[in-house]
Ligand binder design. Structure first.
Ligand code: NAD
Length: 448
């Protein structure tokens, strides 16, 4: 993993010193919390779940999560607050949110979780219900900005046609109600009507699956390879031939294989398809992580910068997925996971090429998720915010500090935060999650 070794995390260092922490408190400056992250064997949450609301989801959820500990409203510490808001069918009913959260929110543990469940507004049964359900988005995004100490909030819209057992929702709830979603904050996730089959083990949901990760030699890609392997997948780690030793290291670390591949080569898709079919009988998961930046103000940009960024970040994922599907090298029921960026949502000065390519990735997800639905292939994207890698270590120091602090969690994320989100999309039980773009940005103010 290309962590930004020795990169000056000036503010974090100052704040973690005793005088620094004292001054920060006096002046109301942000004090980043050390986020709780996944450790095998540790409980998913820092305390019990308080489950509230009176909609169609509350009882099925209690059954699905029967291995979680549930709390009583009179308890004084909660690891998570989960509210089923599907019973709210008109604007006046939104008072239920106030009644449930106002007295309980202050008792949420550090790195605690808030999950609000609603009905997909476009599928609501009446005008009043649609208004009320859409209102949940403003509520959750505002709660995200009020939460402190590493706690996060998400809104999950569930199709009213979802089967009664809610099997399609389970993988998402288990991800959100765990330390794996540490840097995912204030996201709106839509879950379709499909059923899903729970994996034999939630600890190794990818057992027996083959996953390709591009750009796997370092940074986010190397960590994605590690996390998918941890979850049981056989990993094909791909990167440019020049990545050499670093790529071999990733492959060895994860017990997988290295595959030298420049994703922009004209025959990249064909080469990868042939390799996957010959060695593995096809792949189940492809993660298009390879990405580059070539920043310049548009007025100073040359065509080479424009074309290389577009070629790696957008044109290659589009072409490679197409070829893999056409050749049957990505199996039915497969997973395509793209890597976008908050720069593709918010735009960024000096990044017209990068911003366009990463926004194009969102279009790619939306279009191909529909086109590949008949093959039961899901297509989703992560949109990382500020993640500590070689890419962000190259940003000028002041901008870098600002990037870390301008989010509700008041810090940068780690590569593992992106990788855990990829692993949730990759889970076979996430078959009802498609066409989604989930930011991994600690509720960055950029583009929020
Ligand atoms: P990185 O530069 O550390 O790693 C990128 C990897 O992609 C490298 O190993 C590189 O060799 C490989 N690569 C580049 N061109 C390739 C090609 N033509 N074929 C095959 N491999 C190629 O970058 P990172 O920070 O780990 O970023 C990974 C992804 O996440 C990128 O798509 C990036 O745009 C995205 N992203 C990163 C951040 C962040 O904060 N680091 C934020 C938003 C999005």
């Amino acid at each position: 993993m290309a962590e930004a070794k020795g990169a000056p995390k000036l503010y974090a260092q100052l704040i973690s010193s005793a005088p620094g922490a004292f001054l920060a408190k006096q002046f109301g400056l942000p004090q980043p919390e050390k986020l709780r992250r996944y450790q095998p064997g540790e409980p998913p949450l820092p305390g019990p779940v308080l489950l509230g609301g009176n909609g169609r989801l509350v009882e099925p959820i209690r059954n699905l999560l029967s291995d979680y500990t549930f709390a009583e409203p009179s308890d004084t510490k909660f690891g998570a607050l989960v509210f089923d808001a599907t019973g709210i069918t008109d604007p006046a009913g939104l008072e239920q949110l106030f009644t449930f959260f106002q007295p309980t929110l202050r008792n949420l543990a550090p790195s605690g979780r808030v999950v609000v469940l609603g009905t997909t507004p476009e599928e609501a049964g009446s005008v009043d219900e649609r208004i009320a359900q859409r209102a949940l988005e403003g509520f959750t995004r505002s709660v995200g900005k009020e939460l402190r100490r590493g706690a996060t909030v998400q809104l999950v819209y569930v199709s009213p046609k979802a089967a009664t057992g809610l099997t399609g929702v389970e993988s998402t709830l288990r991800f959100l109600l765990s330390a794996k979603s540490a840097f995912v904050d204030a996201q709106v996730i839509r879950i379709g009507e499909g059923d899903a089959t729970a994996p034999e083990s939630w600890d190794r949901p990818l057992a027996g699956k083959v996953a390709v990760v591009t750009g796997a030699a370092r940074g986010i890609g190397a960590t994605i390879a590690e996390v998918l392997a941890r979850d049981g997948a056989t990993v094909v780690a791909a990167d440019v031939p020049a990545a050499g030793d670093a790529l071999t290291q990733t492959a060895n670390k994860v017990g997988g294989t290295a595959f030298a591949l420049d994703v922009t080569a004209p025959d990249a898709g064909e080469k990868l398809a042939a390799h996957l079919l010959e060695r593995h009988g096809g792949a189940d998961i492809i993660v298009h992580n390879a990405g580059i930046t070539r920043d310049k103000l548009l007025v100073n940009m040359d065509a080479a910068r424009w074309n290389s960024v577009m070629g790696v970040n957008l044109i290659a994922p589009r072409k490679i997925t197409d070829v893999l599907v056409e050749k049957g090298a990505l199996k039915e029921g497969g997973r395509v996971i793209d890597v976008s960026s908050i720069a593709g949502i918010a735009g960024n000065r000096g990044q017209t090429n990068y911003g366009a390519s990463k926004a194009g990735v969102i279009g790619l997800v939306q279009a191909t998720s529909e086109a590949l639905a008949d093959k039961k292939i899901t297509v989703n994207a992560v949109a990382p915010g500020f993640i500590e890698t070689a890419m962000t270590a190259a940003i000028p120091v002041a901008t870098r500090e600002a990037g870390r602090l301008m989010s509700s969690l008041q810090q940068g994320g780690e590569t593992v935060d992106v990788a855990e989100t990829v692993a949730w999309f990759a889970n076979p039980a996430s078959s009802a999650v498609t066409g989604q773009v989930v930011r991994v940005c600690g509720q960055s103010m950029l583009g929020a």
